[in-house]
Design a protein around this ligand. Structure first.
Ligand SMILES: C[S@@+](CC[C@H](N)C(=O)[O-])C[C@H]1O[C@@H](n2cnc3c(N)ncnc32)[C@H](O)[C@@H]1O
Length: 303
């Protein structure tokens, strides 16, 4: 059962999300976002509360319910299996090669692969807040957030950040904010509880398109989304995410529903046509290019 302190922290987080949703209804997502990011006090209060709450969730080793929420553990374990212990990326590569060769008029001549596996995986953690992956010895993490809770997180609005051919991130000298990130550079991009913060489907789509540009071929986008419902409740929404991300060149390679979160892994296919063709073949009549979330249809009385 939640303690009084947990309830206090959750209320701060919820009121920040409610305020942004209310602004979005009033002004539309773009203007609402500009207003929202000006409110430094609210962003700082949120960052502090999120950090404290996550510490309670992540460091609890006695309560099974809290442990089940461990998105950090899940993400690290999947990355280790994908890149190192099980080398899942090679298995997926082979599968993609076989698929392409089985389609008439296609071959692997346009495929692009991870050249060499580095000792440490380059991870971009967007909306990192408190750099939960910073201590993982197998990761070299670039952690960014609108309002960092800890000093090892870079400040930056992912929606504004440019993507260029660079060797490392570029910071603005006066504000010490990230202004550009390198294209085709990261093996892994993490959106852990990020997309629900972003106020519209179009802006979430922009986030996913940016992740695609930032990743190397065969790199992975890990999306963790809060979901306390049973697995079927949001199935149509999740299938639509898969369809939409497929049109960008991402293949969904893992879907796991845990008690309070859904964890998904999207691979930047070695040839985007593989994922795009999947989407074409599996498109259902209700599907459209969008990244909707259940909260989009909530009224404020639902909470
Ligand atoms: C719910 S918290 C998740 C924190 C952490 N990733 C975790 O899983 O515990 C969402 C975070 O995303 C950040 N965020 C939201 N939109 C962002 C954007 N456009 N650019 C950078 N950070 C953003 C917020 O400031 C907030 O810290």
């Amino acid at each position: 059962m939640a303690t009084e302190e947990q309830l206090r922290l959750s209320t701060i987080i919820k009121s920040c999300h409610d305020s942004l949703r209310m602004l979005t209804k009033q002004y539309g997502p773009e203007k609402a976002w500009q207003e929202h990011i000006k409110d430094g006090d609210r962003l700082r209060e949120y960052a502090e509360a999120m950090h404290q709450l996550a510490n309670i969730w992540e460091h609890n080793t006695t309560n099974q319910d809290l442990m089940a929420r461990s998105r950090v553990k899940w993400t690290i374990e999947y990355c280790m299996a994908y890149f190192f212990s099980e080398r899942i990326y090679l298995e997926k590569r082979l599968r993609e090669q076989r698929l392409l060769e089985s389609w008439e008029g296609y071959d692997c001549s346009q495929c692009q692969y991870l050249e060499q596996m580095p000792d440490k995986i380059k991870v971009l953690d967007v909306g990192s807040c408190f750099n939960p992956f910073g201590k993982s010895e197998n990761f070299e993490v670039t952690a960014i957030d609108l309002c960092p809770a800890t000093e090892d997180v870079l400040k930056g609005d992912f929606l504004k950040i440019q993507i260029e051919n660079l060797l490392e991130p570029i910071m603005a000298s006066e504000t010490n904010e990230v202004i550009s990130l390198p294209a085709n550079y990261y093996e892994c991009v993490v959106f852990s509880l990020l997309l629900e913060y972003i106020p519209s489907s179009d802006l979430r789509l922009q986030c996913c398109q940016k992740a695609y540009q930032l990743l190397k071929y065969e790199g992975i986008l890990i999306i963790i989304t809060p979901d306390s419902q049973h697995v079927g409740k949001n199935a149509a929404i999740m299938k639509n995410w898969r369809y939409t991300l497929g049109t960008m060149g991402f293949s969904r390679i893992r879907f796991e529903k845990l008690p309070h979160i859904t964890c998904m892994v999207f691979r930047k296919a070695s040839d985007p046509r593989i994922a795009q063709r999947w989407s074409e073949l599996h498109k259902e009549s209700y599907m459209e290019l969008s990244i909707d979330i259940p909260q989009d249809n909530k009224t404020f009385d639902d909470d």
